[in-house]
Design a protein around this ligand. Structure first.
Ligand SMILES: Cc1ncc(C[n+]2csc(CCOP(=O)(O)OP(=O)(O)O)c2C)c(N)n1
Ligand SMILES: [Mg+2]
Length: 284
């Protein structure tokens, strides 16, 4: 993989101003830097969901898997367990992970599976042209809510804290340097790392002014304190004067799923079948 351009030659079809560009370029820069700093590109696997965000898979030259809608995490789980030495990064959408694939997100966090989940949270179904998602703002008007959304948004930060994620952060594509640092730390974290990336959908949900007025950087001194994290998670209550904190909200060290169920690295298919048979026979 050395020496190749991480941006692929596939024709880019994102709208001008789409937040996905920021994430793409941050990943490109970060992974190139990390390649020279102990994380070889050939050990990185990108797993994409289905949506505008999922096109990242086409637009980057990385090893990976273009999965089904809502199914990045089951695919990432299989990859990680088959070869725990790989760094597995899921790029997923708010529809992908907070609607269709929500159960996978919760249980991967609970297991503390050592993967990174980056949610491109544009708070809308972008690819399918503007239907509401679990994080769409109250009152959001789109094709499926012409009179305005009448449910309050899901709070992914509360959810991930309750589920047991050991690294929880929130970034904003309008604050690129901070977002880059956050994604870097998430990738380096050992255990389940989750970043909710606030990004606009320039066609269906342009919240640029709303975010720019409200975002600020959290103090991270108390990132290991669960009660402080609970307070931070609940701080953005979606009222007009609410502030939106950015950065690492919670960070905690705990045994990973792979620590609890050590999976040998390289094995032939026959060796692996024998290994699984041995485990199953232990039950009787
Ligand atoms: C099982 C399944 N259900 C529905 C769809 C249709 N579908 C494709 S993308 C998408 C929504 C994508 O929204 P999100 O995950 O927020 O991604 P975005 O386009 O906003 O990046 C839907 C409903 C599908 N492809 N597969
Ligand atoms: Mg979306």
């Amino acid at each position: 993989m050395k020496g190749i351009d991480l941006i692929s030659h596939a024709k880019n079809t994102w709208c001008p101003g789409c937040g996905n560009f920021a994430v793409q370029h941050i990943l490109k820069d970060l992974l190139a830097q990390m390649d020279g700093g102990g994380l070889p590109l050939e050990n990185v696997v990108l797993v994409a969901g289905i949506g505008q965000h999922g096109k990242l898979f086409d637009f980057m030259n990385l090893n990976g898997f273009y999965s089904l809608h809502g199914r990045t995490i089951p695919v990432a789980t299989g990859i990680k367990l088959a070869n725990p030495s790989l760094r597995v990064i899921c790029v997923t959408g708010d529809g992908d992970s907070y609607a269709e694939g929500l159960d996978h997100l919760i249980f991967a966090a609970k297991r503390n599976l050592d993967i990174t989940v980056l949610v491109h949270d544009n708070r809308v179904y972008g690819l399918t042209t503007g239907q509401f998602t679990p994080t769409s703002p109250y009152g959001y008007r789109g094709h499926s809510t012409p009179r305005g959304e009448r449910e309050m948004p899901l709070n992914p930060m509360d959810l991930m804290l309750a589920a047991g994620a050991t690294f929880i952060g929130r970034g904003y594509t309008g604050r690129r340097d901070e977002l880059k640092r956050l994604i870097r730390e998430a990738i380096l974290h050992r255990g389940f790392s989750f970043v909710d990336i606030l990004q606009i959908c320039s066609t269906y949900n342009d919240l640029t002014a709303y975010y720019n007025e409200r975002v600020y950087a959290w103090s991270e001194e108390d990132a290991g304190d669960r009660q402080a994290a609970e307070r931070k998670a609940g701080e953005w209550n979606y009222s007009d004067d609410a502030k939106i904190g950015l950065g690492v909200m919670f960070r905690h060290t705990a045994p990973t799923f792979e620590d609890a169920y050590p999976v040998p690295g390289k094995m032939s298919p026959d060796e692996r079948a024998g290994w699984v048979a041995r485990i199953l026979s232990e039950r009787s």
